[in-house]
Design a protein around this ligand. Structure first.
Ligand SMILES: *Cc1c(COP(=O)(O)O)cnc(C)c1O
Length: 435
């Protein structure tokens, strides 16, 4: 599906997946706002339905605008194919769906987006799936958590709410030894900061809602396949290795080789779960990705400036950002995401919970929202919002203890971002910086 990268990242983020429209010559990818596609004849229709020929049938499965996005993200991640979905959470279910079944489990990092902890800890139980949460810095605990029913290992490259970088090389080695796929949520890093496949990941998932689109207009998600996992080796992944009854006994892995996971995602996952991305949303995300590296560069530059400024502030207890030399993850960051630790981090305010609440009520330039990865600077008090559903222990494990606020640093002038935090901290703590 994805082309061999003969160009560099900045070129591919503009061009991958996008050819001039064959009907009109349109240079930008058109929004193919259509539900269905006319078959050439009955034979053509039958071949498409049998997966003997690849083409467009119905937009729950495939759409040319969405296909351009899939190819672009797959190319930027260095994968062989991708499936776009209606949200990041949809992408996570779509990644697990072909691997799991009743009684099966995943082993997941404790350091995850709050919504993912809830999805894995609670909701997937309704499918008979379960998750075991482990500290991924403790590789013995990770190994010990894997059992006969484990079907995947799941973590985030840079973990939400920020400040933590997973040692993907070490975790991938554990997964490889156990014969299991490693799924990495690369939302906070984006392929510009981290390419999980180069560190041994099998699948990458994205919330395209965040930095990929980059401007807070869309909810979307993507699952990308490295094409490197042998789905037939262990007999543990029958959806991919055994005959599929709804396609006349076709075996996806045998038939489609490295594209098995992607084809299954479209032909079975989107067909039956229906968590499809719409073409309008795909268009916005394609536009966003055109400037991904430029934005990420500025996001990182600003985040480093703001984090350093906060670390030197007497009103701040601590700053948790892997881009600071004081971070225990600074060395690891240099290996896993050498271009920077992203734009998301937390800081603890002297005065605890009450000061945090007052801070988010006092900012003017920052927006108090449950989102991240926008061009705008965003702030949230995780313990009272995104991580509210978690137990106090889970909050602390996830890096969202009650005295911390999470910021997603935008691409505005760094001086303006700092000035806004300065005035809001003064209101929140009753202290001026140079008191
Ligand atoms: C937002 C987010 C998700 C969920 O994505 P949605 O698009 O909101 O469904 C998953 N993982 C991470 C790291 C996120 O930041």
């Amino acid at each position: 599906m994805s082309e061999q990268p003969k160009y560099g990242f900045d070129t591919l983020q503009v061009h991958a997946g996008a050819r001039p429209d064959p009907a009109t010559g349109a240079r930008q990818v058109p929004i193919y706002q259509t539900t269905a596609y006319v078959f050439r004849d009955a034979e053509h229709a039958a071949a498409l339905f049998n997966l003997q020929e690849v083409g467009y049938i119905y937009s729950r499965l495939t759409n040319p605008t969405v296909a351009a996005l899939q190819e672009r993200v797959a190319t930027l991640e260095g994968g062989v194919g991708a499936v776009a979905c209606s949200s990041g959470h949809a992408a996570q279910i779509m990644a697990l769906f072909p691997l799991m079944g009743p009684g099966r489990n995943i082993v997941a990092s404790t350091r995850l987006y709050g919504g993912t902890v809830t999805q894995f800890g609670q909701t997937i139980r309704r499918f008979g799936w379960s998750a075991k949460f482990v500290d991924f810095d403790d590789l013995d605990a990770l190994r010990a958590a894997i059992d006969e029913d484990t079907r995947a290992i799941f973590c985030e490259s840079i973990a939400n709410p920020g400040g933590y970088v997973t040692d993907l090389d070490a975790v991938a080695e554990v997964a490889r030894d156990a014969g299991l796929p490693l799924i990495v949520d690369n939302t906070l890093a984006t392929p510009w900061l981290c390419r999980p496949f180069e560190h041994g990941a099998t699948l990458v998932v994205h919330s395209a809602t965040k930095f990929l689109t980059g401007n807070g207009t869309v909810t979307g998600g993507v699952v990308v396949d490295s094409g490197t996992f042998d789905w037939s080796a262990s007999g543990k992944f029958p959806s991919l290795s055994e005959p599929e009854p709804a396609y006349h006994g076709l075996r996806f892995h045998e038939t489609f080789g490295p594209l098995a996971f992607t084809f299954h995602g479209i032909a079975v996952g989107l067909r039956d779960l229906g968590m499809t991305l719409n073409p309008q949303a795909a268009h916005y995300t394609l536009l966003g990705i055109e400037t991904l590296s430029l934005r990420m560069q500025r996001h990182v530059e600003n985040a480093e400036k703001v984090a350093r400024w906060l670390e030197a502030d007497p009103r701040i207890e601590r700053v948790t950002y892997a881009g600071l030399p004081s971070s225990p993850y600074y060395e690891r960051k240099a290996r896993i995401c050498p271009r920077g630790a992203g734009a998301l981090f937390t800081f603890a305010v002297k005065g605890g919970y009450d000061a945090c609440v007052k801070l988010v009520d006092s900012v003017e330039l920052f927006s108090h929202v449950a989102n991240l990865g926008d061009t705008r600077s965003l702030i949230i008090h995780s313990a009272s919002t995104t991580h509210r559903q978690l137990t106090p222990e889970q909050q602390i494990e996830a890096g969202a203890s009650p005295d911390v606020v999470r910021v997603s640093i935008g691409i505005e002038d760094a001086d303006d971002i700092i000035a806004d935090l300065d005035q809001a901290l003064e209101k929140a703590t009753g202290m001026a910086r140079a008191a």
